[in-house]
Design a binder for this molecule. Structure first.
Ligand code: FES
Length: 195
């Protein structure tokens, strides 16, 4: 499908790299850029929390996903310096950490809206109208492009591969809410629930 000018590449499975990110970044300040000096997250109490996690897993490397969650929960997204910090505290290379961050759609590599919407557009959902759902979401959120953030900062919409609900097209994820059988007519009611 071709809904955006900035769309490029393809997805890589239900947990793969998000497809169709706009190339010019978001309303929150640009694609993968920071203007302030990076402030380490893993200090004091946060570092203690991470070290507590180390005791629950056989290796520090096994703490990579939760460590990334801690970064994202605190900062909203995972920047290049954050990748470097995680690599340092876990004894990994930044390239390894970046490979994991960019594999999963749940991790954000640039600032996103307050609500992150993932839409399945894999073939079974596509032939059931997923493109129309994406188009309606882009119009009604104001995002206009996949991967971009709406001017009011509320939403970011991306396409993803199969969400595992092929019999309930079209499924979408809004943050942690899994919503099935979405049609363009239902979009307005769904968006109302998210401020
Ligand atoms: S193809 Fe859309 S949920 Fe499986």
């Amino acid at each position: 499908m071709s809904l955006t000018a900035g769309q490029g590449g393809s997805g890589a499975g239900s947990s793969g790299t998000p497809r169709g990110f706009a190339e010019h970044g978001s309303a929150h300040g640009g694609h993968g850029t920071e203007t302030a000096p990076y402030e380490r997250l893993f200090r004091g109490e946060r570092l203690a929390q991470l070290e507590q996690l180390f005791t629950l897993y056989p290796t520090k490397q096994a703490c990579l996903l939760p460590a990334l969650w801690m970064i994202q929960e605190a900062r909203g997204w995972i920047s290049e310096p954050a990748i470097g910090e995680v690599a340092e505290v876990l004894g990994l290379t930044p390239a390894y950490v970046k490979g994991v961050v960019t594999f999963y759609t749940m991790y954000h590599t640039h600032p996103v809206g307050r609500h992150f919407i993932q839409v399945c557009t894999t073939t079974p959902c596509n032939i059931c109208g997923a493109e129309d759902v994406v188009r309606a979401l882009l119009e009604q959120t104001g995002c206009r492009e996949l991967g971009a953030t709406s001017p009011d900062g509320r939403f970011t919409v991306i396409e993803v591969e199969c969400l595992g609900a092929c019999g309930f097209a079209t499924p979408i994820l809004v943050d942690d809410d899994f919503i099935e059988n979405v049609t363009p007519e239902k979009i307005a009611g769904i968006l109302q629930r998210y401020e």
